[in-house]
Design a protein around this ligand. Structure first.
Ligand code: UD1
Ligand code: UDP
Length: 372
């Protein structure tokens, strides 16, 4: 039997994290020829993951531009990815999640009549403006894909409700849990991989650490300013320190630097590589975030997550009681954070390790689906 040609396309940090377990699994499997195309919609933040996971792309479109617009980025993606698909003639194009790269990868594959496999299929918030533009990106991919790897039964059900052919929907778990297990094991074997936080850990010894990330486009401006105001008030407590690896998007950095630089109990730091971010999760009392991936990782480590968004396409964490939607209102963020810090019972109810998003074996299941 001739080996199947799989072209995996991605461009940002979270896609790279969630696809490296699949790429590792494909690499050692004689049933496949695995080819990798990165759009480099992200540059530094993507390269951080490629380095640690040992992924060497076959194609690198190097598309990132400072403060890129969605339209210019999408146009460049479609043209560039179309050329790569033409050159590779794969049997499958694999995309992950809901970024501009994933959407354009699926659309380009469709234009070239190549079937698309969608990893992390079926997430829906039900609101095309929250998160923006991700909800529409994943609906476009859902319309095109011939294979839907849904992380959970809830996601599979969302696809069925949209009349996606049931035989093409498979519940596989989310590969982010595979990635997290891999990185934690690697860091345990090589402690030097996570030694970079030692200085901050010593500076904040005796304080409770809050890990924070924020980057959503729909929160630029007012939402980001409210998050910064909340951080200021939380960090005014002497028993707390906030560690905030700031996303490289200039719309995030400008506000956070202006509002938070120089505060005693706030560490504004550069984006952490994946081992160090997993370490931050481990040492944090709770996470404040608007990230998709962090909503999935934190419950796996038993860390309560306050989600600074109006909606979530990951209701499993909320249903299980380890995540709570708090929006981008400063008062509410502060009140919910203080509640977790001051009410032991409320904290204990949320700090429960469990894995609604997967068992760490999603990549193997997806490989078998691609082989079938
Ligand atoms: C993108 C995805 C979003 C995902 C997020 C993960 C889209 C439309 N958005 O949002 O779904 O949740 O990634 O982080 O696909 N930048 C750098 N260096 C980097 C990365 C970004 O300087 O390594 C700066 C650049 O100025 C770039 C800007 O950030 O133009 C925005 O990057 P972009 O990928 O368009 O959007 P994100 O907000 O990162
Ligand atoms: N992450 C990281 N370093 C950081 C912040 C996040 O490695 O400084 C990881 C995190 O563990 C998760 C992923 O990046 O797996 C989430 O990426 P992001 O929040 O940028 O995107 P989203 O998940 O919201 O699409």
């Amino acid at each position: 039997m001739t080996a199947r040609r799989i072209l995996t396309v991605f461009g940002t940090r979270p896609e790279a994290i969630k696809l490296f377990p699949l790429l590792h699994a494909l690499e050692g499997d004689a049933r496949f020829v695995s080819r990798v195309c990165v759009s480099a919609q992200h540059r530094d933040m993507l390269d951080q993951v490629l380095g640690i996971a040992g992924i060497a792309p076959d194609h690198d479109l190097d598309l990132m531009r400072p403060d890129q617009s969605l339209d210019a980025l999408s146009a460049a993606l479609l043209t560039g990815l179309g050329r790569v698909i033409d050159a590779e003639r794969p049997d499958w194009v694999v995309v992950q999640g809901d970024t501009a790269t994933a959407m354009a990868g699926a659309l380009a594959a469709y234009y070239h009549k190549i079937p698309v496999a969608h990893v992390e299929a079926g997430l829906r918030s039900g609101d095309i403006h929250h998160p923006w533009p991700e909800e529409v990106n994943r609906k476009i991919i859902g319309t095109i894909a011939a294979l839907h790897a849904a992380p959970t039964e809830t996601a599979a059900e969302a696809l069925r409700r949209e009349n996606v052919a049931p035989a093409t929907i498979h519940v596989t778990g989310n590969t982010v849990i595979d990635a997290l297990h891999w990185i934690v094991a690697k860091s345990e074997a090589q402690p030097a991989l996570v030694s970079g936080l030692a200085e901050l850990e010593a500076r904040f010894a005796g304080k409770r650490i809050i890990g924070l990330t924020s980057h959503r486009r729909e929160s630029f401006g007012e939402g980001m300013r409210a998050i910064a105001q909340a951080v200021k008030r939380i960090a005014a407590r002497p028993d707390v320190a906030v560690i905030f690896p700031v996303h490289l998007n200039p719309n995030v950095r400008a506000i956070m630097q202006a509002e938070l630089a120089g505060l005693d109990n706030v560490a504004l730091i550069e984006p952490l590589d994946y081992p160090h971010f997993a370490r931050l999760l481990a040492i944090s009392t709770l996470m404040l975030t608007d990230s998709g991936g962090v909503q999935e990782e934190a419950p796996a480590l038993g860390k309560p997550v306050l989600v600074m968004r109006e909606t979530t396409e990951r209701p499993e964490g909320v249903a299980a009681g380890t995540a709570k939607l708090v929006g981008t209102d400063a008062e509410r963020i502060v009140a919910e954070t203080f509640r977790l810090l001051d009410d032991e019972a409320a904290y204990a109810a949320m700090a429960r390790a469990h894995n609604p998003f997967g068992d760490g074996r999603a990549a193997g299941r997806i490989v078998e689906l691609l082989a079938d």
